[in-house]
Design a protein around this ligand. Structure first.
Ligand code: FES
Length: 580
């Protein structure tokens, strides 16, 4: 053998600890990889690039990522690296029960440990569906190996009866139409065939698109790459370019901790407001920041988003879809519009400043990406953070997807201890509720469900839908799909299962929502709440063992990012002990 790197420590790559090793250990490392057909040249000290692939047929949004990985590999080889693809846990929103969010932290832990345990110098992260992107960013942050993310891209626009239909958003709309008797089951069958007509993730500005855009804003994706549709060849070319670029990152040791800075998170919060992004971004960004030691709080989201108008006219806040967003110019065009609000000296994985990156970014469709001077919704219409005696640690509401006339509302609570209990009641024509009622569902927080499912935008009671009511104030400790809409207060913290005041609300209590002044108030005296608290019993534990038990025992509240407490922070990429 002549091609492997010297064993004298001259090679500074992390992988040299494996492939430049002498004696028995080096022989084992090199020999077993040669069993895959690699020739000895791959051990000559070139960067070893992991391709972390969340491909799975159980995650339809990520099912095309094998092809994307092939393009990354070509780029890595071309740039002189040695690519090694490996599977990761995969989290698919459509199929996983009880909720994919229960497993975000597990996936993050799995990816983190896989990266650290193996002879990798850098990694390309292939994600798509909602939780796969934040999970991989959390992992990359905790290992802090040079990393580039390549998201799988959105589906092509959905089509039904000559019009666009948006994944998720139209599911909720059609559900309401069906519940109100205005659509038949046959029509639902017809609609579903046109809703997901290519590979890729949801093509609305749901959580997957939001997190893809924010990964780009954070500087972890190549410019423009969040919006290329999964079926567009430019998705493949972006992947190829990422493969080329990651080799350079390995050589220059540009790590996530130098990319995902406080400045980068501030940019992400501002862009999230402008794109009408998902409320889930709040939880995911807090969790990623927690891994990096970046100080970020729930209140930062409100303060930084307030001066930002909604510019992007995409469902669920607007009318268009990700394919349109791509052709209009995507994230670079939005960031150029927002340049005066952003940290344009930030440097991402391109190695260039944001100012340089967006200098030539054009907007090709002003209906889809509106100018600052003529926004879709005015400044301050993004996700608001509420405080009050019902949510002492905060709650959020996506104003751009809410009904303006309900943003100030006082009504009597109708309380349910589970979403199942609500669904039973909502189908009952004798349910005592009208459009002023404030619907409260609890027991759906991180600990309570567990996993904090996306049920916060639960469908309205059937009898009110039949009367033509389209929105009501809803409050829960749950999340909402990024594709969802309505006047829904989410992420109430502390959650009911943790003994938050939400657990003490009773049917008939008055609740006042005042989004302009950012308050959510339960109109019950402190003395009465103290009496109720004394009588409150925590819910019985649902799990005695396994991951769910670990999760419930250690998950943080939504206001902190819902990470597991022992995963907050980073352990770095130090080479583990050699067992050979
Ligand atoms: Fe995977 Fe929406 S279901 S992105």
């Amino acid at each position: 053998m002549t091609a492997h790197a010297s064993t004298d420590g001259a090679n500074s790559m992390r992988s040299a600890a494996w492939f430049s090793a002498g004696g028995r250990a080096g022989m084992i490392y090199r020999s077993w990889l040669q069993s895959e057909g690699f020739t000895p040249e791959v051990f000559d000290g070139r960067p070893v690039i992991g391709i972390a692939n969340s491909w799975s047929e159980l995650t339809p949004c990520n099912a095309h990522l094998r092809g994307v990985a092939d393009a990354v590999k070509r780029g890595v080889w071309q740039a002189g690296g040695f690519p090694l693809e490996f599977p990761t846990m995969s989290l698919g929103e459509p199929l996983m029960r009880p909720t994919a969010m229960l497993f975000r932290n597990l996936m993050a832990m799995e990816v983190e440990e896989t990266l650290r345990a193996n002879p990798l110098d850098a990694v390309v992260l292939l994600s798509g569906c909602d939780k796969t992107t934040p999970a991989m960013l959390m992992a990359a942050a905790s290992v802090d190996l040079p990393a580039i993310m390549v998201t799988g891209g959105p589906m092509l626009n959905g089509k039904f009866r000559g019009g666009n239909v948006g994944s998720g958003t139209h599911v909720w709309r059609f559900e309401q139409e069906y519940a109100a008797g205005r659509m038949t089951q046959e029509e639902l069958y017809a609609a579903e065939t046109g809703m997901a007509r290519s590979c890729g993730h949801c093509m609305t500005m749901g959580t997957a698109s939001t997190m893809a855009c924010l990964a780009e804003t954070l500087g972890m994706q190549l410019p423009g790459s969040a919006a290329w549709p999964a079926a567009d060849t430019r998705r493949i070319r972006t992947a190829h370019q990422a493969g080329q670029r990651i080799v350079e990152l390995a050589r220059t040791d540009l790590r996530p901790s130098r990319v995902m800075t406080r400045q980068a998170f501030e940019n992400a919060i501002i862009v999230n407001a402008a794109i009408g992004g998902s409320t889930n971004a709040v939880i995911h960004l807090l969790a990623i920041a927690g891994r990096l030691g970046v100080q970020l709080s729930l209140d930062d989201f409100d303060a930084l988003a307030r001066p930002v108008p909604t510019l992007v006219n995409l469902m669920p806040s607007g009318q268009y879809l990700m394919e349109d967003f791509c052709y209009a110019g995507g994230v670079p065009a939005v960031m150029r519009e927002l340049a005066g609000l952003l940290h344009t000296d930030h440097v991402g994985v391109t190695g260039r400043t944001l100012a340089d990156t967006i200098a030539a970014a054009e907007c090709w469709n002003r209906e889809v990406i509106r100018p600052l001077a003529d926004p879709l919704q005015p400044a301050g219409s993004g996700t608001a953070v509420l405080r009050g005696n019902l949510c002492p640690d905060g709650a959020v509401i996506k104003q751009s997807a809410a009904s303006p006339e309900l943003l100030r509302h006082r009504g009597q609570a109708l309380v349910f201890d589970s979403i199942e209990e609500y669904h039973l009641a909502a189908a009952d024509p004798s349910l005592e509720a009208d459009e002023s009622t404030v619907l409260v569902v609890r027991g759906a927080g991180p600990q309570g469900y567990p996993g904090m499912p996306e049920i916060g935008n639960f469908v309205l009671p059937g009898k009110l839908l039949e009367r033509g009511v389209t929105d009501m104030v809803r409050i829960s400790d749950a999340r909402m799909s990024g594709t969802g809409f309505g006047t829904v207060v989410l992420h109430v913290a502390p959650e009911a299962a943790a003994g938050g005041p939400l657990a003490l609300v009773r049917t008939g209590d008055f609740i006042t929502l005042d989004v302009p002044v950012r308050t959510l108030t339960l109109e019950v005296s402190d003395d009465e709440l103290t009496r109720r608290r004394a009588a409150w019993q925590p819910p019985e534990a649902q799990f005695s063992r396994g991951y769910a038990r670990l999760y419930v025992d250690h998950v943080q509240q939504a206001s902190q990012g819902a990470d597991l407490d022992f995963l907050v922070g980073a352990s770095g990429a130090a080479v583990p002990r050699d067992n050979h």
